[in-house]
Ligand binder design. Structure first.
Ligand SMILES: [Zn+2]
Ligand SMILES: [Zn+2]
Length: 101
């Protein structure tokens, strides 16, 4: 009889381990979806909470290295705004694009 009890116990343990494993897989599957939700609109960094994104926007993002426009002396705070600046200001200038076109 003891053997039977032991068998049930071991089966229960296996089931528990399986459940834990499944639960862990489920967490791993869901975790990326519930985290990294808040993207900084300026530099594209991800933040898990709105608060940390706000902190980043008000402190970190403002103090980031400035980007120098390669076509003019203008400095821009963000890579994205520099790309936009280049697109808006310089891509229309003929002497910037290739002469062969
Ligand atoms: Zn940012
Ligand atoms: Zn420029």
């Amino acid at each position: 009889m003891n053997n039977f009890l032991n068998l049930i116990k071991s089966i229960e343990t296996v089931f528990q381990q399986e459940e834990e494993k499944e639960a862990r897989i489920e967490v791993q599957r869901i975790y990326p979806l519930i985290t990294e939700k808040f993207e900084c609109p300026m530099c594209g960094k991800y933040y898990t909470t709105k608060k940390s994104l706000k902190t980043h926007l008000t402190i970190d993002c403002q103090n980031q290295e400035q980007f120098h426009c390669p076509f003019c002396p203008q400095k821009l705070k963000h890579k994205r705004s520099m790309m936009r600046h280049i697109n808006n200001v310089h891509s229309k200038q003929k002497n910037v694009t290739s002469d062969s076109m």
